[in-house]
Design a binder for this molecule. Structure first.
Ligand code: XIL
Length: 349
């Protein structure tokens, strides 16, 4: 008898853990993208590949498309990893976000070594060559690019990146123009962190993109990274939902899209049930906010399984569980909260 009950209990527990309808189907029904950042070598793992293609309709290239990876030596490009990710995406009918063309990190050594000697024209030529080569190769296959990543400081000033130092502040608009020239159909995004809610940094980003729109510099959207901390998404918390909506709305009023580009929700120490449920609530809330805003067309999580995430190393917490699936690719409470948000009826504006 006891054994029998146990079997029933286990069977229903497994059933409960089975997603009714994959996230991507819920998203597609409302013309929305739910994406995940990925790494090419992990695609060799069947659990990873199957979960990814079942649940998501968009990928982002987590690091292998960055400059130091894709152009490790001057003029010598290594496209293998990006090719593999795009082939996977195409085989599974998923859109691709290219991340990222210009970033102060993953700045190649070969360029760092000569940057002090380069004049402005030479630096522009190197930037143009990089952007043109990469974007033309994936023309029509990468539908959205994070053209420039993290160009601002929290105080709203431009970050002193090597690109700023070599070229000057107009390096950003040049990068957008070169990208557009190489693939006129790709959607071009400016992407940053700590600029999700209304604040000094998001004001600076807003001013820049509004100016681009006014002057006809090709730009189509703003990426809000959203590396958040569980429990801080609430009125009076670090991420005030109302101030997030306001920021999305003002970007939308410029005629631009918003993508939540790198969502994850971290915590200190081990993941307790309490934290996992709070995390689920927070995930649901971010999806609700994006889904309710006309301009917000995609949410991409930065990875999808707690087995592979940048958080433990970067924030020094080996026990961090910031994503939708656990280390064994089982859906967490956060997964079900996202499914519920996507399944909700669209509310009338
Ligand atoms: C991180 C990747 O996750 C790591 O694999 C890589 O080594 C370093 O970069 N903001 C960004 C991303 O825009 O590019 C970063 O990704 C995380 C923070």
């Amino acid at each position: 008898m006891y054994k029998f009950l146990l079997i029933i209990f286990l069977a229903s527990a497994t059933l409960a853990a089975q997603p009714a309808e994959p996230l991507r189907e819920l998203a597609e029904a409302r013309n929305f993208y739910v994406g995940a950042a990925i790494q090419s070598r992990l695609l060799l793992n069947d659990d990873y590949a199957n979960t990814l293609s079942r649940e998501f309709n968009m990928i982002a290239t987590e690091y292998e498309t960055k400059m130091c990876e894709i152009q490790p030596f001057q003029g010598l490009y290594d496209f293998a990893a990006t090719d593999a990710m795009i082939e996977f995406a195409e085989a599974h009918d998923m859109a691709v976000r290219g991340h990222t063309l210009l970033w102060h990190e993953c700045f190649p050594d070969w360029l760092a070594r000569q940057s002090a000697q380069l004049n402005r024209e030479e630096a522009i030529a190197i930037m143009q060559d990089h952007i043109t080569t990469v974007v033309e190769r994936y023309k029509g296959r990468i539908s959205a690019w994070d053209v420039v990543n993290e160009a601002f400081e929290d105080d709203g000033r431009l970050r002193q990146t090597p690109w700023l130092q070599m070229i000057g502040p107009d390096y950003i608009e040049m990068a957008f123009q070169f990208t557009h020239d190489a693939d006129p159909d790709a959607l071009l995004f400016y992407n940053d962190y700590n600029a999700e809610v209304m604040n000094t940094k998001s004001d600076a980003v807003y001013e820049m993109v509004a100016d681009f729109v006014a002057r006809g510099i090709p730009i189509h959207g703003v990426g809000l990274q959203a590396h958040f901390i569980t429990g801080t998404i609430r009125e009076g918390g670090h991420i005030n939902p109302i101030r997030l909506t306001e920021n999305i709305e003002r970007i939308g009023e410029l005629g631009l899209q918003v993508h939540i580009t790198e969502l994850d929700l971290r915590h200190d120490g081990p993941a307790t049930d309490y934290l996992l449920n709070l995390q689920a609530e927070n995930y649901g809330e971010i999806f609700d906010i994006c889904l309710a805003a006309e301009a917000c067309t995609a949410v991409i999580t930065w990875g999808f399984t707690d087995r592979h995430t940048w958080i433990p190393q970067f924030f020094n917490n080996p026990e961090a569980a910031p994503l939708l699936f656990d280390r064994d690719f089982m859906p967490k409470p956060a997964y079900f909260a996202v499914a519920a948000a996507l399944a909700q009826e669209e509310t009338e504006e």
